[in-house]
Design a protein. Structure first.
Length: 240
């Protein structure tokens, strides 16, 4: 019996020795290289650089000042809210947060105001259109642009005088003045943006000489100021 057990132990030991020898002869598997995680590409930063065209609609007020040829005082009157609408075109250049550019716009206007002089006769102003050529400077916060603008302004207004007998005379003026404004613009996607803007247009006094049958010469100086609030969209070429 002891001889049988000893044989089994000897056979098992021999098997283990053979298995170890065979395992020692097998090639060693290469170690796996660590794979670096794939980094996602950073999101593209929105750019305001490029040429653009667009359109706008909004409202405005005009404020007129006429010198009274009889009392010497100024007759100041404001029109009620009226419609403005038109188009704009320009170009921006962005460096970091700083955005600078130029812009020109044209707005059809229906802004009317009226008043009376010291003798109760009617005077009025109708602003037909406005236009500006400005420089712009602003700060970009990714898709949001906050900007100010300033430059030269143009307008056409038609002035009227009606005497106590109901006779009327009209005089159309082309005006040149200055403008300043502020606005916000938001990039909807790579090419389209939406904006809201306030502009003030100031024009100096110009001479008027209006004649009716009862008033051979109604001489006055008339000034004009315009306030406009506009909402619009722009399409920028070559967006990011």
């Amino acid at each position: 019996m002891r001889a049988f057990v000893a044989g089994i132990v000897l056979a098992a030991a021999s098997g283990l020795a053979v298995h170890a020898a065979v395992a020692a002869d097998l090639p060693v598997a290469p170690a796996r290289l660590a794979v670096a995680p794939v980094a996602s590409a950073p999101a593209a930063i929105f750019s305001w650089t490029g040429f653009y065209v667009g359109g706008h609609i909004g409202g405005g007020l005009d404020r007129s000042s006429w010198s009274d040829p009889f009392s010497g005082a100024n007759n100041v009157f404001s029109g009620g809210p009226g419609f403005v609408g038109g188009g704009q075109a320009g170009a921006n250049l962005q460096r970091g947060r700083l955005v600078v550019g130029i812009e020109g716009d044209f707005s059809y206007a229906a802004l009317n105001g009226s008043g009376t002089d010291s003798r109760g006769r009617s005077i009025g102003t109708n602003t037909n259109w406005t236009s500006t050529a400005t420089g712009r400077i602003g700060a970009a916060f990714d898709r949001l642009l906050i900007y100010g603008k300033g430059g030269v302004a143009f307008a056409r207004d038609q002035n009227s005088f009606t005497d106590l007998a109901g006779n009327s005379a009209r005089n159309a003026l082309m005006r040149t003045g200055w403008t300043a404004g502020v606005g916000l613009e938001y990039g909807i996607n790579a090419n389209w943006s939406a904006k809201v803007e306030y502009d003030y247009l100031g024009f100096g006094s110009q001479a008027l000489n209006l004649t009716t049958p009862t008033t051979p010469s109604y001489a006055s100086n008339a000034g004009l100021n315009v306030h406009e609030i506009k909402a619009g969209v722009n399409f920028r070429f070559g967006g990011p």
